[in-house]
Write a protein that binds this ligand. Structure first.
Ligand code: PLP
Length: 228
């Protein structure tokens, strides 16, 4: 069986190659290890290889793993659908939330972010292909939400995230990522200081990097298939 360390090195090479072919600096692309359903031992193995950013999509599982890993040099990203009754634990334990899609959630996160912590980094999830998913704000409602989230005192709005339906082929994969990039640019023109496009997974990160992704979220290619 191929281990996490070897996969990590392979992904680093692929990210470097994708950045080169997109004429971008590798330094502007962050690898987020989607560690959901993986054991803490796999997280610690990735951390030993040099990985720092980890993504969880279930609140209780994530909080348990953050506590069990017990390392203050790791950065924890919440990447799952967030219900209002779970926001407090996320505000307390995570560093980033990628999936804000309504003001009520953002408002709760801001009020619940502990005073001793840095502002919580936020990406707004956009429903780039309306037919495929029920998560994410509709593109037509994005500007109003972004301007409101940017006002919340204990949050730092960083940018946008998308989770498009799977597409085959590089050119098809680029389309939703290009759309998200244009939405970010439109918000920047409205005066918002945004620096993050969270887009691209194991199967489509090269296309996302070509469209300006700054955070690729990779699970399977790093950890192997998720345990049942
Ligand atoms: C699981 C997950 C990923 C990673 O998926 P892989 O296909 O395993 O790379 C990325 N983003 C989100 C939101 C996820 O839940």
């Amino acid at each position: 069986m191929i281990g996490v360390t070897e996969n990590f090195r392979k992904i680093q090479d692929l990210l470097a190659a994708a950045a080169r072919s997109a004429n971008r600096s590798r330094d502007h692309i962050r690898l987020l290890a989607a560690s959901k359903r993986q054991p803490v031992s796999a997280i610690l193995e990735a951390a030993s290889a040099g990985q720092r950013d980890f993504g969880e999509n279930v609140v209780q599982e994530g909080v348990r793993k953050i506590n069990d890993a017990a390392r203050d040099d790791l950065v924890w990203h919440f990447i799952g659908h967030l219900q209002a009754n779970k926001t407090a634990a996320v505000a307390e334990h995570f560093d980033w939330v990628h999936t804000v899609d309504r003001l009520r959630i953002a408002d709760r996160l801001s009020r619940q972010r502990p005073y001793y912590a840095e502002p919580l980094n936020i990406c707004i999830q956009v429903d780039v292909d309306a037919e495929a998913s029920k998560s994410g704000v509709a593109p037509g409602e994005l500007q109003e939400l972004a301007l409101a989230v940017a006002q919340l005192p204990r949050l730092k709005l960083r940018g946008l995230m998308c989770l498009p339906a799977r597409r085959a082929g590089f050119d098809e994969q680029r389309k939703p990522f290009a759309a998200l990039r244009r939405m970010l640019q439109a918000l920047q023109q409205q005066g918002l200081e945004l620096d993050t496009l969270s887009m691209g997974m194991s199967d489509d990160f090269a296309a996302a990097i070509h469209e300006g992704s700054t955070i690729v979220r990779i699970g399977t290619a790093l950890f192997g298939p998720r345990p049942g």
